[in-house]
Design a protein around this ligand. Structure first.
Ligand code: AMP
Length: 613
C-alpha cells in the first residue's frame, strides 16, 4: 500500500485523493490485510494467537489488545538493545523516533522503517495539489520554511534515536528530493541540517530576508517554532542588516555548510535592501511585520490546532492579516491526515485521515463517570464526554474509520506498517464531516495534557509530582500549600508555565511572609522534576521561559470555587482544575496575586540514554 504521488501533477494528485477517500473502507481493509500478512510471524502478534491460527481481521480485533506505550515499551527497548526487529516487525526497524510524549520522564520511542520514509514523502507530495487548489501561483516563488534538526543519539544496538522531523530532513528522501517548482525554499539545506540551532536559525532568517521578494509563503512546522523565529529576528535584525549591507555573514557563523551556503546567497553588499529591512524593523510596532518584510507572502503555514491554538492571537498580530494554514496532522507513530480546506479558519480546521497510511480505529469517548457531570477539576471535554486517563482499561469497542459518527468524540488507535498494533495515540478527535466516505476530524486535545508551550506535554500527574517536590522546600519552613492551579502564559515569547499558589502559615491565618530565595527554589524544584522534553525545551532550545509561581491572597481558591459552582458545578463534587482555561477564572486568580517569583536557573537536562532514567 505504498503509493506514489507526483507533486507537479495536480490532476493526478486530486484524483488520488478522491479515490482514497471514496474507497476508504476497501483501502483500510487492504492496509490491515497487508500489515497482518507481513507481520503475522512477529513475536508480538504471536503472543496473542493460538498456535497455527490465521490472523484475519476478526481474530485481530478479538485477540490483539488495544495498548498504551507502557505495553509495547519492553519490545521497543529490546530492539534498542540489539534484539532483531522481528520481535514486532518483519521489515527491519531502521531507527527509533523520539516522540514529544514521555514515559517515565523520557521520550517515548516509536519504531520506523526505510519504507516509512517513502510513505512520508507520499504524504508531503499530496499536500501540494491541495494547496494549489486554493492558492494560485505557488510555483512563481519560494517558501521561507524555518526547519530544524536536533541531535541524534545511538542506541546500544547502533540504531539511531531522533525526532521524526530530524529523521526526515536528514534522509535522502528530503536531501535528494527531485526539483520541482513547488519545493523551492529560501533556506539552503545546509542551514536546515546544521545541528547548532542558533546558527541554523540565524542563517535561515538571513537567507529569507535576502530573498524577501521571492517569498510566497512562510512557515515552520508548529506555531511555537515560527514565533520563536520572529522573536529571534527581533533580537538579531540589526546584525542581519549589517551582514546584508557589507555582503558578509557574521564571524560567529562557523558551521562550514552554513557559511558557504549563506555566502553564496549574500554574494554582494546590498545597502538598499539593508535600509529597507531596517526601516521596517526599527518601527515602533512589529504589528504586521511579516507582510511588510515579505510583501508577496500569501499565507503562513504553521500548525495552529490543538495546543498551538494559544498562539493564534500573537501570530495574527505579526501576520498583517495573512491566513494561518495548518496543513497536516502527524506524529512520530504515523503521519495521519491532511487538511483538505487549508484556508479555513483555525477553529474550523479538520483533518482527513488518509486511509492508506495505517489502519485506524476509534475508541468512542465514554459518557462520563456514572453520568454525573464533571466538575471544575475535571479535564474532560464537556460535561458529558470523559477523556479518562492513559492507565484506564479500554472498555468500549473500537470502531473502524468509516463507522465513526458525525459529532462524536473518539480516541485514535493505530496499527502501523512499522510495528505498532492497536496503539492508543492519546489524541482525542471529533468527527466534523465526511469527504466522500472518509471522515474528517477536528483535533480536540491530547488526552490528559494540562500544560504545553512548545513540544512539551505536561499532564496532571507530572504536575502533581513536580509540585510535591516544591512542597518539600516550603513545608519544613511551616508553609502549607492549600491549593494550586496552572496556566500556560504565552503572552510573551518564549511562553512559560505559571503556577498559582495559595499558601498558609501553619497555625496562623496571617498573610505569609515569603522569602524570594525560597520561592525561587520552589520554582526550580518544580522545573527539575518536570519531564525531559520540558527540561530540554527550557535549557537547550530556550523555547520555554523560566517557570513562575504567583502567590494569591488567602481565600482566592474559594472565590474560584464559588465561580465554578455559579457556572453549574456542584459543591459536593467540586475539584480545583489543575489548569485554568477560562478567562474569567484567570481574572479571579490574577486580580488576587500578591507575589511573583521566577526560576533563576535552567533545569538540568542531558540527552537520554536507553535503559537509564
Ligand atoms: P510527536 O509524537 O512528538 O511527533 O507529537 C505528535 C502529536 O502532536 C500528535 O499526537 C498530536 O497530539 C500533536 N499534533 C500533531 N499534529 C497536530 C495538529 N495538526 N494539530 C494538533 N495537534 C497535532
Amino acid at each position: 500500500m505504498l503509493l506514489n504521488c507526483d507533486p507537479t501533477d495536480n490532476e493526478a494528485g486530486t484524483k488520488l485523493l478522491e479515490d482514497l477517500t471514496r474507497n476508504a473502507k476497501q483501502v483500510q481493509e487492504k492496509v490491515l490485510e497487508e500489515i497482518l500478512k507481513q507481520n503475522a510471524k512477529t513475536e508480538y502478534l504471536g503472543t496473542f494467537l493460538d498456535h497455527g491460527s490465521s490472523l484475519d481481521k476478526e481474530t485481530f480485533k478479538k485477540k490483539v489488545p488495544i495498548v498504551n506505550y507502557e505495553d509495547v515499551k519492553p519490545y521497543i527497548e529490546r530492539i534498542a538493545l540489539g534484539e532483531p526487529s522481528e520481535i514486532i516487525s518483519s521489515q527491519p526497524i531502521t531507527e527509533l523516533l523520539t516522540s514529544s510524549g514521555t514515559s517515565g520522564g523520557l521520550p517515548k520511542m516509536m519504531p520506523s522503517t526505510a519504507e516509512d520514509l517513502d510513505r512520508k514523502t507520499f504524504f508531503y507530495n499530496l499536500l501540494v495539489p491541495v494547496m494549489n487548489k486554493y492558492v494560485d501561483g505557488l510555483d512563481q516563488g519560494k517558501g521561507m520554511y524555518l526547519l530544524f534538526i536536533k541531535p541524534e543519539i545511538h542506541t546500544p544496538s547502533g540504531l539511531m534515536a531522533r525526532p521524526v522531523l530530524t529523521s526526515y530532513y536528514t534522509s535522502s528522501n528530503f536531501k535528494n528530493r527531485p526539483f520541482n517548482r513547488f519545493n523551492v525554499y529560501t533556506s539552503p539545506d545546509e542551514t536546515i541540517l546544521c545541528s547548532d540551532s542558533k546558527q541554523s536559525m540565524y542563517c535561515q532568517l538571513l537567507c529569507g530576508l535576502v530573498q524577501r521578494h521571492e517569498v510566497l509563503r512562510v512557515g515552520a512546522v508548529f506555531a511555537s517554532a515560527f514565533l520563536r523565529a520572529i522573536k529571534f529576528l527581533e533580537d538579531y535584525w540589526e546584525e542581519m542588516c549589517s551582514n546584508i549591507r557589507n555582503g558578509h555573514v557574521s564571524d560567529w557563523i562557523t558551521d562550514p555548510g552554513c557559511r558557504n551556503a549563506v555566502s553564496l546567497i549574500l554574494s554582494k553588499p546590498n545597502s538598499g535592501l539593508a535600509d529597507l529591512i531596517e526601516l521596517e524593523c526599527c518601527g515602533k510596532s512589529w504589528e504586521g511585520i511579516i507582510k511588510r518584510l515579505w510583501p508577496r507572502t500569501k499565507y503562513i503555514e504553521v500548525i495552529v490546532t490543538g495546543s498551538m491554538a494559544q498562539y493564534i492571537p500573537t501570530l495574527e498580530f505579526y501576520s498583517g492579516g495573512l491566513p494561518l494554514v495548518s496543513t497536516m496532522y502527524a506524529s512520530s507513530e504515523c503521519y495521519f491526515g491532511i487538511n483538505l480546506e487549508p484556508l479555513s479558519k483555525p477553529s474550523d480546521v479538520s483533518y482527513t485521515l488518509l486511509p492508506n497510511m495505517a489502519y485506524f480505529e476509534f475508541l468512542p469517548m465514554e459518557e462520563n463517570h456514572d453520568g454525573v457531570p464533571h466538575e471544575g477539576g475535571c479535564n474532560c471535554i464537556s460535561d458529558s464526554i470523559c477523556i479518562g486517563t492513559e492507565e484506564e482499561e479500554v472498555e468500549s469497542e473500537a470502531v473502524d474509520l468509516v463507522d465513526v459518527k458525525l459529532g462524536n468524540f473518539y480516541e485514535l488507535v493505530v496499527t502501523t506498517f512499522t510495528g505498532l498494533y492497536r496503539y492508543r495515540v492519546g489524541d482525542i478527535l471529533m468527527v466534523t464531516s465526511f469527504h466522500n466516505n472518509a471522515p474528517q476530524f477536528r483535533f480536540v486535545q491530547r488526552r490528559n495534557v494540562v500544560l504545553s508551550i512548545d513540544m512539551d506535554k505536561t499532564n496532571e500527574e507530572d504536575l502533581l509530582k513536580a509540585v510535591a517536590q516544591a512542597k518539600l522546600v516550603i513545608e519544613p519552613l511551616g508553609f502549607l500549600l492549600t491549593d494550586y492551579t496552572s496556566y500556560a502564559d504565552t503572552s510573551s515569547m518564549p511562553g512559560h508555565y505559571v503556577l498559582f499558589w495559595e499558601l498558609r502559615v501553619r497555625g496562623n491565618s496571617d498573610r505569609p511572609e515569603l522569602d524570594p530565595i525560597i520561592m525561587e527554589q520552589c520554582c526550580s524544584a518544580v522545573e527539575e522534576s518536570l519531564d525531559s522534553v520540558y527540561r530540554r525545551c527550557r535549557r537547550k532550545d530556550k523555547s520555554i521561559g523560566p517557570l513562575e509561581i504567583r502567590i494569591v491572597k488567602h481565600g482566592t481558591f474559594d472565590v474560584l470555587m464559588d465561580f465554578c459552582v455559579a457556572q453549574g458545578s456542584s459543591v459536593n463534587q467540586y475539584k480545583t482544575s489543575r489548569c485554568i482555561k477560562s478567562e474569567e477564572a484567570f481574572e479571579i486568580l490574577e486580580s488576587r496575586v500578591v507575589g511573583r517569583f521566577f526560576s533563576k536557573k535552567d533545569p538540568l537536562w542531558e540527552p537520554f540514554k536507553i535503559g537509564k532514567k
